[in-house]
Design a protein around this ligand. Structure first.
Ligand SMILES: NC(=O)c1ccc[n+]([C@@H]2O[C@H](COP(=O)([O-])OP(=O)(O)OC[C@H]3O[C@@H](n4cnc5c(N)ncnc54)[C@H](OP(=O)(O)O)[C@@H]3O)[C@@H](O)[C@H]2O)c1
Length: 336
């Protein structure tokens, strides 16, 4: 195989003001550096598209540094090693790494993880078998533990984390799993494809009334991906000693002011536990999670969906899309 000397990558062209737009990104051709000892060259085949990337487009202190204007974005990707100066990773190996948003990546072998292609199709290692699935699993086993007989409420239930989380909640013995999603097409999928017991269309309004109807005896666990009104309504619906995994707050990622703040005095009087999480703190759980999830995928316990955009030039559209609900299941870019 000819080793390329150049690649194409997606740069941050401008910081968004509110919702990002296509002109905040630029497709740039870049020379590839020579491989140093211990490095590998990966031809990327799939890229993960994740809502948290919106936060990195702002110049604000956070748990992860902002993207720089004029520099490439980065994120999880999977690809094939086409050149190697590492004794640990041979040419031909399929690896995941964090230097995505480009067609080829030069990475230190130590920061790449070979995957077992026999377990599942490679793109699953960015979704159900990747940090997406691990987020759902850690949220419901470590952060807001689901106990047999619980009623569980999952927001963004047609999305990547949410669709997996609903099914994991069932596998953990939840009596009733309720999901919220935007629009009737997605709520139908939440029921028919992901096996939830009830689905709420939050765009239809009266979230509190819809949740009360779906969970007349209240909820015991809430996985929050949305924040804002969802969190407020969930805290009102939670039973005493209820548990909330604070996973994300996508309703505020574009900086809109949310006036529907939750009443945290209810959390005090109902002895509710609200606990935040970053999946990066739970990476050791992969050893326990991957064999379980691979078996669930193989026997049909875990059903997944993907929304795929083709080609690096479509990556900005995919990111705008994941923020506005264009995806069902995992949002991916396929690089061929
Ligand atoms: N803490 C961590 O370590 C961690 C790790 C992974 C993900 N997360 C968070 O988990 C959440 C889900 O991530 P994901 O990768 O699985 O994305 P995803 O759910 O596949 O995609 C995001 C979904 O959010 C929904 N959404 C957008 N705006 C909304 C709004 N204003 N109100 C309600 N729903 C809205 C959209 O679905 P609808 O069409 O249904 O609106 C969209 O499809 C995000 O908040 C993300 O930041 C956190």
């Amino acid at each position: 195989m000819t080793i390329p000397t150049h690649t194409r990558e997606i740069h941050l062209a401008a910081r968004p003001n509110g919702a990002p737009v296509a002109t905040d990104f630029a497709l740039v051709e870049q020379e590839l550096p020579e491989l140093a000892d211990g490095q590998i060259l990966v031809r990327n085949t799939w890229m993960s598209v994740d809502p948290y990337m919106r936060g990195r487009m702002d110049d604000k202190p956070s748990y992860i540094p902002p993207f720089e204007i004029g520099a490439a974005l980065e994120g999880s990707a999977i690809g094939t090693v086409i050149a190697s100066k590492s004794p640990d990773i041979a040419v031909g190996t399929t690896v995941t790494h964090f230097a995505g948003w480009r067609e080829h990546s030069v990475v230190d072998a130590a920061s790449a993880t070979p995957i077992d292609p026999a377990l599942a199709a490679p793109q699953h290692f960015l979704g159900a078998l990747g940090t997406t699935g691990l987020t759902a699993y850690a949220a419901l086993t470590e952060v807001a533990t689901v106990r047999p007989g619980d009623t569980v409420f999952i927001s963004a239930a047609a999305g990547a984390v949410g669709s997996v989380a609903g099914q994991i909640a069932k596998a953990l013995g939840a009596k009733r799993v309720i999901g919220s999603a935007g629009g009737p097409v997605k709520t139908r999928k939440v029921l028919a494809e992901f096996g939830f017991d009830a689905a709420i269309d939050y765009r239809a309004g009266d979230l509190a009334g819809q949740l009360a109807e779906a969970a007349p005896d209240g909820i015991d666990v809430y996985l929050d991906s949305v924040g804002g009104e969802h969190l407020k309504v969930a805290i009102e619906a939670l039973n005493p000693q209820g548990r909330v995994a604070l996973v994300g707050a996508i309703s505020g990622y574009n900086g809109e002011t949310d006036r529907k703040a939750p009443d945290l005095y209810l959390a005090a009087t109902k002895e509710i536990t609200l606990r935040g999480m970053l999946v990066t703190s739970y990476l050791p759980l992969f050893a326990e999670y991957i064999p379980k999830a691979a078996a669930w995928l193989a026997d049909g316990t875990l059903r997944t969906a993907e929304t795929t955009y083709e080609g690096l030039d479509q990556a900005p559209a995919a990111l705008l899309g994941v923020l506005t609900g264009a995806n069902t299941g995992k949002m991916l870019v396929h690089l061929g």
